[in-house]
Write a protein that binds this ligand. Structure first.
Ligand code: ZN
Length: 134
């Protein structure tokens, strides 16, 4: 597992949170992107080379809507860059971690992503992500 690629924060209202975090970080988000398959809208801030991803639900059955319902707004996941997501997943399975989606799926920001179940990581939702190569 390589460096932290980004930190995901679940928010109720993207427009309001973009203003709030723009004030906090002293800069605007550099990208806003919807991932229809996941039911989320995302925005990205670059803070000293670390990306902060805000996530807003676009439908009631979105994982982000469910997360906010249960736990409120706040830090949702930590994402770590891997060179090869298939190897990354196989390696974590071999180590005994539970993978939520053993088959990588499309994420925001041109990434293939997979999540480790927080039950196997002390309550922290961990995302593995690999830049798509085409
Ligand atoms: Zn993420």
């Amino acid at each position: 597992m390589d460096k932290i690629e980004h930190i995901g924060i679940a928010v109720k209202n993207m427009a309001e949170s973009n203003r709030l975090f723009a004030k906090l970080f002293g800069k605007e988000p550099y990208k806003i992107e919807e991932v229809a398959s996941e039911g989320v809208r995302t925005s990205f801030f670059d803070v000293g080379g670390i990306k902060i991803e805000l996530l807003e639900a676009t439908r009631p059955d979105s994982p982000i809507a469910k997360f906010i319902e249960k736990r409120g707004e706040g830090i949702h996941h930590l994402a770590f860059a891997v060179d090869d997501i298939y190897k990354g997943i196989a390696n974590k399975v071999q180590q005994g971690f539970t993978i939520i989606n053993p088959e990588p799926k499309d994420g925001a920001d041109n990434k293939l992503i997979a999540f480790l179940h927080p039950k196997s990581t002390n309550g922290v939702l961990v995302e593995l992500c690999q830049e798509k190569k085409d």
